[in-house]
Design a protein around this ligand. Structure first.
Ligand SMILES: NC(=O)c1ccc[n+]([C@@H]2O[C@H](COP(=O)([O-])OP(=O)(O)OC[C@H]3O[C@@H](n4cnc5c(N)ncnc54)[C@H](OP(=O)(O)O)[C@@H]3O)[C@@H](O)[C@H]2O)c1
Length: 292
């Protein structure tokens, strides 16, 4: 049986990876600072080493990060410690156990080219401290050879009271008919967390290593994404206004589309399109077993 250590297991992506592993009969141990099977603090090197050693993993998945853009901007040193330095330490600890290291990265790397899709070879140009720390994290992950780094934009359920994910916030706002102001110049290839987790485990299972984009097919602005969630819920979103993401602080890298051809070639399937992603999200958030 394949054994996984999922770092950041209580988060949105960590929960999805743990559930996907369980669906295929793999054993997943979870780690986080609190609420997981194993206590691990990325800022404490000893806890990284002991978590990896104790779990005897075949694969270490790093789904933990400082994801709050404002916190990264306010404290770049902490962002770098959690999103970069600790990644190198995890990679090394995984390598010492001959485990594959899978690191979840971001799409926060490009601006000014609208809905363009970026392949893995397009140079990353981060515009905020989060993006800079995540790019440094990719480099740290590649300090060992058996490494799979996945760039993505992902959303789905998480279930943290008072801290909804984008998908949770949007589904609730649409179901309540709340007025929405949505960006029409912020382009992403957002994928649902379950599809992302399945692709991650499939790539790992196929022995892939290197840098891969794992996201939805195409890039869409947030207003188009909300419209697709509305179609999946069969409710017209109450869009009161559209707005520009360029006014938002910290600045976003707003042309974040990802070209997933490299991952699709290994997976032997196309990544899901916008409407499929949004139907999956609605199903996952409202715990529906059938398409709505
Ligand atoms: N959400 C998005 O839109 C998005 C988009 C693109 C890429 N990503 C990437 O996807 C990955 C997962 O993101 P997510 O949205 O699932 O994050 P999340 O929901 O905020 O979860 C973060 C997880 O990391 C753990 N964590 C945070 N700081 C830690 C520390 N110092 N030591 C140990 N564990 C720590 C958290 O648990 P504790 O706080 O209890 O430790 C939690 O389990 C990240 O690498 C992120 O950069 C996310």
């Amino acid at each position: 049986m394949t054994k996984l250590l999922v770092v950041g297991a209580t988060g949105m992506v960590g929960q999805a990876v743990t559930a996907a592993a369980a669906r295929r009969g793999w054993r997943a141990s979870g780690a986080a600072r609190r609420g997981a099977e194993i206590a691990l603090d990325l800022e404490d090197e000893a806890s990284i080493v002991s978590a990896v050693e104790a779990s005897e993993p075949d694969i270490v998945v790093n789904a933990a990060a400082l994801t709050d853009l404002a916190a990264c901007e306010a404290d770049p040193a902490s962002a770098h410690a959690i999103n970069a330095i600790s990644v190198g330490r995890l990679a090394l600890a995984a390598a010492k156990k001959n485990a594959l290291f899978v690191h979840v990265s971001t799409d926060q790397y490009w601006s000014g080219d609208g809905a363009a899709l970026h392949g893995e070879d397009v140079p990353a140009m981060p515009v905020n401290e989060y993006g800079k720390s995540k790019l440094a994290g990719e480099k740290a992950a590649f300090s060992v050879t058996a490494t799979l780094v996945l760039r993505t934009n992902v959303t789905g359920p998480r279930g943290w009271a008072g801290k909804p994910t984008f998908a949770e916030w949007l589904c609730e706002a649409i179901s309540k008919g709340s007025p929405l102001t949505l960006f029409d110049d912020y382009f992403t290839s957002t994928i649902d967390s379950a599809s992302f987790a399945d692709a991650l485990l499939d790539l790992a299972d196929k022995g892939a290593s290197g840098l891969f984009n794992v996201a939805a097919r195409g890039a869409h602005h947030k207003a188009a994404f909300a419209a697709a969630i509305g179609r999946a819920m069969r409710i017209d979103p109450n869009v009161s206004a559209t707005a520009s993401v360029l006014a938002l602080k910290p600045r976003r890298a707003e042309s974040a589309g990802l070209d997933c051809a490299r991952a699709e070639a290994i997976l032997g399937r196309r990544m899901p399109d916008l409407d499929t992603v949004c139907r999956n999200i609605v199903r996952q958030i409202f715990h529906l077993s059938e398409r709505p």
